[in-house]
Design a protein around this ligand. Structure first.
Ligand SMILES: [Ca+2]
Length: 222
């Protein structure tokens, strides 16, 4: 169903039709998503745009379970997503941004170490900034049985091997064969190389690095 209406009216219409598990997508390329008004100075939405409603898909964000899918990829792949939703995948960060941009979203990370220890890290608030801000991470409210190794990355932009937005003098994504909200460089590296046994691997931790054989990131509406 397509609407020609204001941004705020369209959200109400979609929710009325498809319940709360609904997001508004812009059916017209000329329409600018309204969060950009605050996230990206200089970009303004139109008062009236064309919208359609779309049911939310699953809330999975990322999964690593074997080496079948190469995660050492460039910016475009991380923005748009890759892999198999039933296996190893990264669902595009642009879609995650659209889903979590209004807040009220929590993140759960489930992990299994190579020693078969199961770990959970939950964050009661998760948001990624807009594309013009390189999907800057906003995360708070840790709980779980894993050491908190993600809050360190709070307020950092996303980096890939071909897009260095980190705070290190080299490119962390290239140094550690991943793509992440690197700082200088990481306390977690969940998009690292599945077969690497040390720093370039799928790692949770800084001084006490845990190598993982499984990781899964999920978003959930509060
Ligand atoms: Ca750098």
């Amino acid at each position: 169903m397509i609407f020609r209406t204001s941004v705020f009216d369209s959200i109400g219409k979609c929710r009325a039709i498809l319940n709360e598990e609904t997001e508004v997508v812009f059916a017209s390329l000329s329409a600018s998503p309204f969060p950009l008004i605050t996230a990206c100075p200089g970009i303004h939405t139109k008062a009236t745009s064309i919208f359609r409603c779309r049911k939310l898909k699953g809330d999975d964000f990322q999964r690593r379970m074997n080496k079948e899918v190469d995660f050492y990829r460039g910016w475009e792949d991380y923005v748009n997503g890759f892999g198999n939703p039933r296996g190893n995948f990264w669902l595009g960060i642009e879609e995650r941004y659209q889903k979590a941009k209004n807040g009220n979203t929590e993140l759960e990370i489930n992990m299994i170490t190579k020693d078969d220890v199961r770990l959970v890290a939950k964050y009661s608030n998760f948001q990624a900034g807009a594309g013009c801000d390189n999907y800057r991470l906003f995360v708070t409210g840790y709980s779980g049985n894993a050491t908190d190794c993600f809050t360190y990355h709070n307020n950092q932009q996303f980096s890939t091997k071909d897009a260095d937005h980190d705070l290190y003098h080299l490119n962390c994504a290239s140094e550690y064969e991943g793509a992440w909200w690197y700082d200088k460089c990481y306390k977690s590296n969940l998009n690292g190389n599945f077969t690497e046994p040390y720093l370039k691997g799928i790692v949770w931790g800084a001084t006490d690095r845990l190598l993982l054989r499984y990781s899964e990131m999920k978003l959930r509406r509060r």
